[in-house]
Design a protein around this ligand. Sequence first.
Ligand code: AMP
Ligand code: MG
Length: 349
Amino acid sequence: MNTKVVIVDENNIDKDAINEAGLILREGGLVAFPTETVYGLGANALSGDAVKKIFTAKGRPQDNPLIVHIADFNIESLVKNIPEVALHLMRKFWPGPLTIILEKSDLIPGETSANLPSVGIRMPSNIIARELIKASGVPIAAPSANISGRPSPTEASRCVEDLQGKVDYILGGGSCTVGLESTIIDCTVNPPCVLRPGGITLAMLKEVESSIYMDPAIMKKPEADIKPKAPGMKYRHYAPKAPMKIIQGDLKKTIAKINEIVQNYIDENKKVGILATDESKDSYPNGLVISLGSRKFMESIGKNLFEALREFDDAAVDIILSEAFEEEELGTAIMNRLKKSAGFNIVEV
Ligand code: AMP
Ligand code: MG
């Protein structure tokens, strides 16, 4: 397949490109596009045949449902009933990185919801995403625009790397500002339950409704015999090519432990990647060190995480050693992605 790649400037949007990509979506094709979370791979959410192509292009398991992206608040035709709390959440956090799960209407085909009776809906804040959805005239089902299992793309070039030749169009924009997938909240249950942590934190959600809680399974290694509430929880995710280890504990001890492990690998002629922070990066004399930014600005840690994992892939390191972060506020989402990337391979110091 011939993939057209067009990069647009979000401050001066090329309407022709938006209209061209919108038409492809309406007619059943695949378009990758930027959002504030990560790049998405979109298809017409109302067409089972269009949505099937997403699963093929990504190699995504069929039982992992897709999030439906919309550009206006008018979602009555897509869902069956909207509880009061969901309305409050929409008003407060849309457009933005919050996906709300509601009972689906018959308009949403089983391909989009992976045959679940519910559907996840989100209104992105990225202006290119919203203009594209409007131009298509249909709701857009979109998972992240990567080959299934790999770190999500937060740059247009990474979509090209994964999807060139597999999709009709790549509409590029800038770097994703949040860099982590949306927070997912299930509003088909009462109280609503967070199924995936993201840029909208539990504390922010609790300001709307204090009984909102986070599924305790989220931060744990999935057990083979537990049926996960969000089907995506059971899959290996966000994984760089090299195996990864998280070193968790006091920062000084972490640095010492990482340097010790690095030395062992170097003695075996192995190439080591170190996922560090501005506070620690100068304490690692050996290995390829990438800083995610300062621990004082967790937003930058989240924004830079997936791109750093892909840079380690580019450098073909044999092993990645990562520092850990406090599991609070945005750190919860960051640690959730890190743990999944590392397959829950954690060393306590
Ligand atoms: P992705 O598109 O890979 O970023 O992830 C979409 C995530 O949303 C997956 O982990 C799904 O399990 C979850 N999800 C989407 N729709 C639903 C739904 N109706 N019920 C539960 N989880 C959902
Ligand atoms: Mg994904």
